[in-house]
Every structure is written in structure tokens, then in C-alpha cells.
Design a protein around this ligand. Sequence first.
Ligand code: PGA
Length: 261
Amino acid sequence: MVKEKVSMKKIIIGNLKMNLISAQEREQYLKSFKKEITGKKLNNVEIVLCPPAIHLENFGKILGKKVFLGGQNCFWEDKGSYTGEISPLMLKNFGCEYVIIGHSDRRKYFGETDETISRKINLVLKNNLKPVICVGENWEQKVKGIDVVARQLRDCLEGVTGGKIENIIICYEPVWAISSNKPDHMPETNEIMGAGLVIKRFLVGKYGVRIAEKVRIIYGGSVSSVNVNETCVGARMEGALVGKESLTPREFLKICKIIEG
Ligand code: PGA
């Protein structure tokens, strides 16, 4: 009962990407994060940090009770000869509750496809982890008016029929707005709302209303404390995926506070 309530809170996920390159940088970050979060009332939001995997244990030790942990990616097998990979089971055993799947960096630099993403999602759900699935069009697709979101969802959620669909979080992340940090290169509130509706419609069609309403739909792409009202709150998003601004704990927690309301 309590769990159900918790899972429907809004969610803010910090994607630290390939940053915090030394133990010293990590310690500085954790110190600053702890200082900023201490005493803040954030009862209506779930906060997740996705550091590089090498830092997960330390993040857990220092921030364990204050934030949830997530991986930035994982493999589609639990164990074995897959050099360089990290499995959902490993993430779980090292304190993660969430894992980002199908981020556009992964698609762009590591050849990730909707097919591999769907294999990952299936295993993540099987392990009782919560996948944060990224979908969104690039600039060229936007200009041509191609509906990327519905197609990606169809292919990424192929075979995902288990009873844990409500563990899924879908992040609408227009690739052209990621790290753009330019106010004129951000989607309008109504564009984000439109994408949210496409996602909702898809989920209702595939899983029915009862399950669809339990899936949180969030926005990602240059979210900051300056634009979070337009990109998330006004667009009725149930949270945010934050990249660059999550590297500055004060800014990140400002975003959390605004979403908290
Ligand atoms: P950004 O990154 O906030 O720096 O645009 C978001 C992301 O890539 O997840």
C-alpha cells in the first residue's frame, strides 16, 4: 500500500553521465549534495541519482537514505562472458532501484537499437528494477515531422507483457534539446504535452487504462531551474531527467523543489 503511494510520486533523475572523474571529485560532489539536501522538505518527489557505476557504492554509503540510485545502462544478460558490461542483477545487488535504458548517447555512440533496448527492458523488469526508457526524435526527424516516439515505444516495449509495467518510467527526451542549453532550442510546453499524450495513448492501447496511468512520463533535455516550470510542471510531466544541472547539487535540488511544488 505504502509502496504504491511512493511509486506515484513525481520523480527527478540526475544523470551524471561520464563525470566525477576522480575520488576527489566524487567526494566533493557528495559533500555538496549532502549539505544541500539536508533540511530540505522534499516529501512529494522521489530523487534518483545515476552516477558512473564505479561510484555506486560510495553514493549508497553517503546518500543512501536520501536518494535512490540508478544505473546509466546495463546489459541484457545477468552474468557471464560479456567484457566491460554491467548486468541488471549487479546493479540491483549494488543498491540500484532504477536504470536508464536507451539514452540517446547509447544509441549514438554504442549502436544501441530498439531491439537491444527491448531485451534490456525485459531483463530489468524481471530483476525488479525500474527502467527509465528514453525516447525522442532528433532534429532531422522533427523537421520532417516523423513520429519517432510511438515507433520507438512499439519496438522497445516489444515482448514487455509482464505484470510490472507500472515499474516503467518513460522519458520523452528530444535528442535535439539534450545539452543544447539554448533557450531557443527547447521544445515548447505544448510540444512536450503533445509527446506526453502520444506516450499515454500508446500505453493505454497496449496495456489498458489501469496500468497506463501508473506509468510515469517525464521530460529530459536541458532541464534547469529556469525552465522546469515550462518543460515539466506546465507540461504536466511527472518528473524530469536532468543531465548537466545534476552536476551542481544546488541547481539540481532547486529543480527538485520546484517540481515538489
Ligand atoms: P541535459 O542532459 O540535461 O544536459 O540536456 C539530459 C540527458 O542527456 O539525460
